[in-house]
Design a protein around this ligand. Structure first.
Ligand SMILES: NC(=O)c1ccc[n+]([C@@H]2O[C@H](COP(=O)([O-])OP(=O)(O)OC[C@H]3O[C@@H](n4cnc5c(N)ncnc54)[C@H](OP(=O)(O)O)[C@@H]3O)[C@@H](O)[C@H]2O)c1
Length: 319
């Protein structure tokens, strides 16, 4: 009988860049929970931000190692990257190209076994046709992919579909993060299937992939079967849970497009969100393709032991 060497049995050491962010904090927790020595890249300015400072100290108390580093200091990135086997980035959407510096450091270090860049949404490789200005985000995510692949860095791309906190909690009502009790606007017919995923679950699946040889150089889609539901189905589920019937006015695709293109008073972030809503809710682009099982794999099939949060269970917290 052969036994894995001591080296093989050691859990991978993980560095998270963006660990204080909305998704990143979930990855720090999942990495620690799955037994990985976990390092969080800490930018020098964290001391002046009370939320970050307290979150980072809580990570430290939970067993994470804080590593100071800056995207403007190449040597500090090399130093951080050399401490680990796996690098996960959850950089903010307005900082995606900063990751090119991280890719350069990973290439130079030459020891990283897996890199997960900041993706976690719609698959950018499928979104060449995306409406402005969401196309910029997808193009930047593709630029990071191209740099990663050109550098020969082993990668896994996670396509996580709709974050529950952003989309499900407010029944996809823009900028609303608890379910409404009176009215829910329906986009178009509201019948396209959408995929809603709890952020803690996204983090669990992402961490599962990092040592899995099946996921090397693959795109992993997270498609929990119970959570593939149209907006109308989700609103109906909420109506049952809260015991009320909501007013459900519809917005037509043409009207949405006109607002998107003509209302110049909206911020860049709002225009990005409107374009993403368009592709998800009016065009059904989270579910209009099959995962091919070769270059693309599905997370709940790879890791059936993970108990994910169903849409119903997620919404029931608001009753
Ligand atoms: N599928 C969905 O529904 C969905 C929803 C939202 C986001 N996403 C995706 O998830 C990924 C992470 O997004 P997020 O919302 O979690 O990000 P976030 O909270 O906005 O930011 C994540 C991290 O980016 C870093 N950052 C922000 N500004 C910076 C700056 N000026 N210089 C250097 N670093 C800076 C910070 O890292 P530190 O302070 O820790 O260094 C921050 O914690 C993105 O790729 C985004 O597209 C998907």
């Amino acid at each position: 009988m052969t036994y894995p060497s001591e080296e093989m049995r050691k859990p991978s050491r993980v560095l998270i860049a963006g660990g204080t962010g909305y998704l990143g904090k979930n990855l720090v927790k999942a990495s620690l929970a799955q037994g990985h020595p976990t390092f969080v890249l800490v930018r020098p300015d964290f001391v002046s931000n009370i939320h970050k400072a307290q979150l980072l100290i809580s990570f430290k108390q939970a067993g994470a190692h804080l590593v100071e580093g800056s995207f403007d200091d190449h040597d500090s990135l090399i130093n951080a990257v050399k401490k680990v086997d796996v690098v996960i980035s959850t950089m903010a959407e307005n900082q995606l190209l900063q990751q090119l510096k991280l890719v350069r450091a990973i290439k130079e270090a030459g020891t990283i076994k897996r890199f997960l860049p900041s993706e976690f949404g719609m698959d950018p490789a499928r979104m060449e046709h995306a409406k402005e200005p969401a196309n910029v985000i997808f193009q930047q995510k593709m630029a990071v992919r191209h740099a990663t692949e050109a550098a020969g860095i082993p990668y896994t791309y996670i396509s996580a579909n709709c974050f529950a906190g952003y989309f499900l909690a407010g029944l996809a009502q823009y900028n609303q993060f608890v379910p409404p009790l009176d009215k829910a606007v329906i986009y178009g017919e509201g019948n396209h299937k959408v995929i809603w995923v709890d952020e803690g679950d996204i983090a669990k699946y992402a961490i599962k992939t990092i040592e899995d040889p099946r996921t090397i150089n693959k795109t992993i889609y997270i498609r929990p079967p119970l959570n593939i539901l149209s907006l109308r189905e989700v609103v109906g589920m909420w109506e049952k849970l809260c015991g009320r019937v909501l007013d459900k006015p519809t917005i037509h695709e043409e009207d949405w497009l006109i607002t998107m293109q003509q209302d110049k008073s909206m911020t860049f972030e709002t225009r990005v969100a409107m374009a993403i809503f368009y592709h998800i809710f009016f065009k059904g682009e989270l579910t209009n393709f099959d995962v091919d099982g070769k270059e693309q794999l599905e997370a709940t099939q790879l890791y059936p032991q993970v108990e994910y949060t169903s849409v119903e269970r997620y919404l029931s917290r608001f009753v």
